[in-house]
Design a protein around this ligand. Structure first.
Ligand SMILES: Cc1cc2nc3c(=O)[nH]c(=O)nc-3n(C[C@H](O)[C@H](O)[C@H](O)COP(=O)(O)O)c2cc1C
Length: 256
C-alpha cells in the first residue's frame, strides 16, 4: 500500500500514518512528490489523505490530481475535516474522473477544525474527544484492509455546491490569500514558517517572513510559528493547533 498525504497541522498526517502503519506500506508526502516531479505511483492499493478546504478538495490537491498517474486495482481517499465536509466527496469524484482516476473507496473523518477565521482553537481542541477519532479511524482502516468498495451517496445540494464553488472559489489559485497574514513584532526570524510551508511560498528577508503569491492557504505557517507571531485576518483565537500525535519536526520533514 502507498499512502500519499498532504497535511498542515498534522490531522491528515496522523490518519495517513495509521493507514500505512505496516512496515511494507509506504507513506509519501504530496508536497515532496510535487517538488521532486514524481508523477507515477504503482501499488496494489494507493490512498490519498488530505484536508477539506472550503467544503471542497483543496486547489493544491486538485492540481496534483491533474498531474499524477495512479496505477492500482484499489484507489482510496480519506479526507479530514472539522465541521462540514460539504461537497468534498462529490467534488473529488468529479475532478478525479477528469484525470481518469477511479476511486474504490472514499471516506471522511471529523477532527479538529484548524480554520482560524471561523473557529476558536480553544473550543475546537476541547471538542476533540467527542469526535471519537480513533474509533472512526479504526473502522476506516478495517474497510481499507478488507478492500471495501464504497463511496458515500451524493445529494443534489452538494452537486450544485461543488460546481458553483469551483467556478467562484475565492482563493482558486492562492494569490488572494497572502494579504490575510500579518507578522507581529514577536517574530524573531527563526524561519519555521519557511520550513513548514509545503509550497516554498515564504522567504525570510531581513529576518522577516515575506509571502509570495502561491499560498495554498493551509495555515501551516500560522499554526506552527514558535513565537505565535503570525496573525490571520479575522482569526477567532490566538491559540494555535497541532495534532497531538504529530511533532513540528514531522511537519517540517513532510512539507520541506
Ligand atoms: C483554508 C481552510 C479551509 C477549511 N475549510 C473547511 C471546510 O470547509 N469544512 C471543514 O469541515 N473543515 C475545513 N477546514 C478544516 C480542515 O479541513 C481540518 O482541520 C483538517 O483536518 C486539517 O487537516 P491537516 O491538519 O492535515 O492540515 C479548513 C481548513 C483550512 C485551512
Amino acid at each position: 500500500m502507498t499512502v500519499l498525504y498532504f497535511s498542515a497541522t498534522g490531522n491528515s498526517l496522523f490518519v495517513a500514518r495509521q493507514l500505512a502503519s505496516q512496515s511494507a506500506h509506504q507513506l509519501v508526502s504530496i508536497p515532496q512528490a510535487v517538488k521532486q516531479g514524481k508523477k507515477l505511483f504503482e501499488d496494489d492499493q494507493i490512498g490519498l489523505v488530505f484536508p477539506v478546504h472550503w467544503i471542497l478538495v483543496p486547489p493544491y490537491i486538485q492540481s496534483f490530481l491533474r498531474q499524477v498517474r495512479l496505477n492500482s486495482r484499489y484507489i482510496f481517499a480519506v479526507m479530514t475535516y472539522g465541521k462540514m465536509e460539504g461537497a468534498a466527496v462529490s467534488h473529488l469524484v468529479r475532478i478525479a474522473g477528469k484525470s481518469n482516476i477511479s476511486f474504490s473507496y472514499i471516506n471522511t473523518i471529523r477532527m479538529v477544525d484548524n480554520y482560524l477565521p471561523t473557529f476558536s482553537m480553544d473550543d475546537e481542541i476541547a471538542s476533540e474527544p467527542g469526535k471519537h477519532i480513533e474509533e472512526h479511524l479504526k473502522s476506516i482502516r478495517a474497510d481499507v484492509n478488507n478492500g471495501k468498495r464504497w463511496i458515500p451517496g451524493d445529494t443534489l445540494t452538494n452537486k450544485v455546491l461543488s460546481r458553483t464553488l469551483m467556478l467562484y472559489h475565492p482563493y482558486k489559485n492562492g494569490v488572494g490569500f497572502t494579504k490575510n497574514f500579518r507578522i507581529e513584532a514577536a517574530c524573531n526570524g527563526c524561519g519555521t514558517c519557511v520550513k513548514v510551508c509545503p509550497v516554498d511560498n515564504i522567504q525570510l528577508v531581513n529576518r522577516r517572513p515575506q509571502f509570495g503569491l502561491n499560498c495554498v492557504s493551509c495555515l501551516a505557517c500560522t499554526h506552527h510559528c514558535p513565537q505565535n507571531a503570525i496573525r490571520l485576518k479575522g482569526e477567532k483565537s490566538r491559540t494555535r493547533f497541532r495534532n497531538q500525535h504529530v511533532s513540528l519536526k514531522d511537519i517540517i520533514e513532510a512539507n520541506q
